[in-house]
Write a protein that binds this ligand. Structure first.
Ligand SMILES: [Zn+2]
Length: 401
């Protein structure tokens, strides 16, 4: 062959070389294409929405709790829960997850289809109404819907938000505001300041960008309602009525358990403030870390987020047990990252986190509940039913003899 090739005319050599390069390119493209198919396995499955479930028929006289603590773990699916349960630090210890009487799930879809965002989902959870992406506190036609906090405040409850995200982020906003877009930071801030909420603990982010007010203006808006605590976090003495308070931090200042303060510490502070009075309360606690970590497929950040959630839930469950008459509901707004908790058999039984996506997925998510009223959550299948039940568990003034 070599001898034969040597005798080829120059133009034939060029043709031979070109054919060879083209053939190699084709083989390469074939392999890349195949590898891509293997990696993403696209399969078009038609979304087939069933009829919206009926609003749940509640027991005629449900056991109504005095206090409601609602924990939203942004982005946490069943694989995140599996990872939490498989990686407990103390061997043989009872986990917080095992302490819930009701262990159920819900489907997080929005009116847009199988996927949701934190705006649509938090609106469903806070108001009991399904809606479109990005919407805060309104139905899909743009009508404002009363949220849990508004129903609670109207009936004499104190209310509070503790989040490790920024204070106008979609999840807290759905409990405080009504606007067509979660990006309307200034509108959300102003409606928060005009709301009846008593506690607002969280971060600020992207100040001065994309319509978000600068720091000075943000604080001016918040100070219209709240006494802003300094870093010492000393609570005001006044009781009856509680002075509305806020604790405001910079972006990612509340990130994990090493942060000073962190989500468990702020939750403890909120509970001690709310129990200065004998007034019933509803408190919404949000951990954003699983969503943030899962969008980046950052496994370490997710594991740290799980630890924050477990420590916060543990103190909430302890509080509920000591205080009594407190309903604790835990859920996620959607799953993020298509995470799987797997293993590497070379390192067995150590766990490995595998990611399928950097977005929200259509997975169903955990729904856990404990305390008076928890049995109402057993038959939930859609996110908005949770909001309906929570609103129905508020003791209304006219029902008090
Ligand atoms: Zn997200």
């Amino acid at each position: 062959m070599a001898h034969h090739a040597k005798n080829l005319k120059p133009w034939k050599k060029v043709a031979f070389g070109t054919t060879l390069i083209l053939a190699l390119l084709l083989v390469g493209i074939f392999y890349i294409f195949n590898w891509k198919i293997a990696k993403t396995s696209p399969a078009d499955i038609e979304f087939a929405p069933q009829a919206e479930s009926q609003a749940l028929q509640l027991d005629s006289i449900p056991a109504k709790p005095k206090n409601i603590i609602f924990f939203i773990a942004d982005g946490m699916g069943f694989s995140h829960l599996s990872l939490a349960m498989m990686s407990q630090e103390e061997t043989g210890a009872t986990s917080v997850w095992q302490q819930f009487d009701v262990r159920a799930w819900h489907d997080t879809r929005s009116t847009y289809g199988p996927i949701t965002d934190s705006g649509a989902s938090a609106t469903a959870l806070a108001t009991g109404t399904p809606t479109f992406f990005d919407v805060i506190g309104m139905d899909a036609d743009g009508n404002s819907v009363a949220n849990l906090f508004e129903v609670a405040s109207a009936n004499g409850y104190n209310t509070g938000i503790v989040t490790d995200s920024y204070v106008w982020d979609a999840t807290p906003a759905a409990f405080l505001a009504h606007t067509k877009s979660r990006d309307n930071a200034e509108v959300i801030l102003k409606q928060t300041a005009a709301s009846e909420v008593d506690i607002l603990f969280g971060e600020l982010e992207d100040l001065g960008q994309g319509g978000i007010p600068e720091l000075e203006e943000t604080m001016e808006i918040l100070e219209q309602r709240f006494q802003v605590l300094d870093k010492s976090l000393v609570l005001p003495d006044q009781k009856y009525p509680l002075l509305p308070i806020a604790a405001i931090y910079e972006e990612d200042e509340l990130q994990d358990l090493e942060s000073q303060p962190n989500l468990p510490k702020l939750t403890t502070l909120a509970l001690s403030y709310l129990t200065k009075e004998d007034t019933p309360f509803t408190l919404m606690v949000e951990c954003e870390e699983i969503d943030s970590g899962s969008h980046r497929n950052d496994s370490k950040r997710v594991v740290k987020g799980i630890k924050v959630i477990e420590e916060t839930l543990s103190l909430i469950l302890d509080f509920a047990e000591k205080n009594g008459n407190t309903l604790v509901v835990f859920t996620a707004d959607h799953e993020t990252g298509g995470m799987a908790a797997g293993v590497d058999f070379d390192e067995y039984p150590n766990m490995q986190i595998i990611w399928a996506s950097q977005d929200h997925t259509a997975s169903v998510v955990p729904l856990l509940a404990n305390g008076p009223g928890s049995e109402e959550f057993i038959n939930v299948d859609r996110n908005w039913q949770i909001g309906q039940i929570l609103k129905s568990l508020i003791v209304t003034k006219d029902s008090i003899p």
